[in-house]
Design a protein around this ligand. Structure first.
Ligand SMILES: [Zn+2]
Length: 307
């Protein structure tokens, strides 16, 4: 019998104003302001139906105050998709907040989700992949079953430092912060966090975001969309001997500049890739993994199998 191979596709539903803030731009007005919930979410639903696979959707709690967002997520949960905790307000400096506020950000999102959708999340993803030992201690206190927040990718770390430096030179401030370089030595396959959290121990289960085995190249929505169908296929072919692939996407990965986002497009390279090509890329990745015997599961199912 061949070994069990599983891929989980998760989508962080960061609404558009977070991207404007990362690039130092003022918050957008409607309709650009709500394109992740009003446009991208239905595209993900259609994609999941067409490919017959479940998704894990990481939800920012404060977005549930908008009635139509909560209704859309309720419907998706009813179709078998997982709703995960992406904090109450998506504060990039979460890991540096006082412990009580950190707790409020995690517990507040779980309560908001439970109240708005009837589903209490068991999984957590930190905003901007930035975590800390204290944050994991809070997750353990709050009985979070798993975190999927560590992204052990040197290229992403360097690109983020460069972006923050560039904005600072231009006198603009980004809301984003970078984690320490220690993170780059974190395991790249599921592990229980230790002290410090990038070493293995007996703490909260962490399902790191996908990088390639040796070079630790990023295998996330943004990089796949920029590569396009053929090269994305080739990149994931390098992963087919992994027992588990943790593919992280964003709402933005199924939007393009035509979705009223022409103001953001000059700053956000991947918005210039057409929706059609993005869809083809995702389909190509799923087809490649299926051809190698991968099954698609939600992250909570993967976490249960790990524990
Ligand atoms: Zn996010």
């Amino acid at each position: 019998m061949s070994p069990r191979r599983v891929c989980a596709i998760s989508v962080d539903l960061d609404e558009l104003h977070h991207y404007y803030a990362i690039h130092g731009l003022a918050a957008p007005a409607a309709p650009a302001a709500h394109q992740v919930y009003d446009t991208a979410l239905a595209r993900y639903r259609d994609f999941a139906r067409a490919e017959r696979l479940p998704l894990t959707l990481f939800v920012v709690g404060s977005d549930l105050a908008r009635g139509q967002n909560a209704a859309a997520l309720r419907a998706l949960a009813g179709e078998g998709h997982e709703l995960g905790n992406h904090t109450l307000d998506h504060r990039y400096e979460l890991s540096r907040l006082p412990r009580a506020q950190m707790r409020e950000q995690v517990a507040g999102a779980a309560d908001a989700l439970a109240h708005a959708t009837g589903v209490r999340p068991t999984g957590f993803r930190a905003p901007g992949y930035v975590t800390s030992d204290e944050l994991y201690a809070v997750l353990a206190e709050l009985d979070v079953h798993y975190s999927s927040s560590v992204f052990p990718c040197p290229y992403y770390y360097l690109a983020k430092l460069a972006k923050l430096g560039e904005l600072r030179l231009r006198g603009r401030r980004s809301q984003s912060i970078a984690s320490g370089p220690q993170l780059l030595w974190a395991p790249r396959t599921p592990y229980r966090t230790g002290q410090p959290y990038w070493r293995a121990g007996a703490g909260v289960l962490e399902l790191p975001i996908q990088v390639t085995p040796r070079l630790r190249l990023p295998v996330i929505g943004t990089s796949l969309m920029l590569l396009g169908p053929q090269r994305a296929r080739r990149l994931v072919r390098g992963l087919v001997h992994e027992p588990f692939i943790n593919l992280e996407l964003h709402g933005l990965d199924l939007l393009d500049a035509h979705d009223q986002l022409s103001e953001l497009a000059p700053h956000q390279l991947d918005l210039r890739v057409s929706l059609e090509r993005k869809w083809q890329t995702l389909s190509a990745v799923v087809a490649e993994l299926r051809a190698h015997g991968f099954a698609f599961e939600r992250l909570d199912q993967v976490a249960s199998a790990c524990s």
